[in-house]
Design a protein around this ligand. Structure first.
Ligand code: MG
Ligand code: MG
Length: 276
């Protein structure tokens, strides 16, 4: 059952989402060759606790850390370790935080130093597909419309769309109804309702859509070991339109990137408006 939120609850969820956004901003400053994902994980945990929040993933389904850290061929759910990042790597960082009993949950894939042009293109297209998916999250549309939009865009670029892992409703629990696959058929699936809140999160592979899992029981990686990218935002349906609760503004601020990609999805996000 989809659980719609009141305006007040959506504002609380924005608070949780922005703690994650700021954590990803901190990561943007720290990701570089030589840094370990375990070091980044500790930094993130400290930062989240300093905001009066609780790491959302730590202990969830027995996950051992604050961040999911998935380099290169790892799709999602990678466990932080003491292997240093190298020039040319990419690292998908997925972060969750709980504040006021609500979850924030979003993700960004960072290049580590200079990366290959084809990998940069994978990041660009995956992120664009996220916004294309968000655009389809509106009144009278259904779950399949978002999935179709993401799948079409990514497959048109020759990429593989992961099937086994999907976006989801988000709220007082990390995974609420509905599941939000990154593939689907237009007009199919559950109808969107006012006040619902979701995590939209394309997981897109440079090669095959097929995946495998490491023996650690967590790490998902591409079957062909080609790179995979993951971008995730938290979105509420407000007045029939998608409103972003999370933002990459802190990431862009740290990296010196100018972007207006989120502007159309901001209705009342005053904090983000102020940052521009
Ligand atoms: Mg996530
Ligand atoms: Mg998620």
């Amino acid at each position: 059952m989809i659980i719609p939120k009141t305006r007040e609850e959506i504002e609380l969820m924005r608070e949780s989402a922005l703690i994650v956004s700021k954590t990803l901003g901190l990561m943007a400053k720290e990701v570089k060759p030589g840094v370990t994902t375990l070091y980044l994980d500790k930094l993130a945990e400290e930062f989240i606790r300093d905001q009066g929040a609780i790491p959302g993933f730590l202990g969830l389904y027995d996950f051992p850390n604050t961040l999911c850290m998935s380099p290169n061929a790892q799709v999602v759910h990678g466990i932080p370790n003491d292997i240093p990042l190298e020039e040319g790597d990419i690292i998908s960082i997925d972060c969750g935080a709980i504040k006021n009993d609500f979850y924030g949950d979003h993700a960004y894939t960072f290049p580590v130093g200079e990366i290959a042009p084809e990998t940069l293109q994978l990041l660009k297209i995956t992120k664009e597909s996220l916004y294309i998916g968000i655009r389809a999250f509106k009144a009278n549309n259904r779950v399949g419309d978002v999935g179709y939009a993401i799948q079409k865009y990514c497959e048109d670029h020759g990429y593989g769309v992961v099937r086994e892992l999907v976006g989801h409703g988000l709220g007082r629990t990390m995974h609420e109804d509905p599941e939000m696959p990154n593939y689907g058929k237009r007009g199919r699936g559950k109808k969107f309702i006012e006040g619902m809140t979701v995590a939209i999160e394309p997981m897109i592979n440079m090669g095959t859509k097929n995946i495998s899992q490491l023996k650690d029981g967590w790490t998902i990686l591409t079957k062909d070991r080609k790179p995979s990218a993951h971008f995730e935002h938290n979105v509420a349906l407000v007045d029939g339109k998608p409103e972003l609760l999370s933002t990459f503004a802190y990431v862009y601020e740290a990296l010196g990137i100018k972007s207006d990609e989120e502007d159309e999805f901001r209705i009342s996000n005053t904090e983000c408006r102020m940052m521009k």
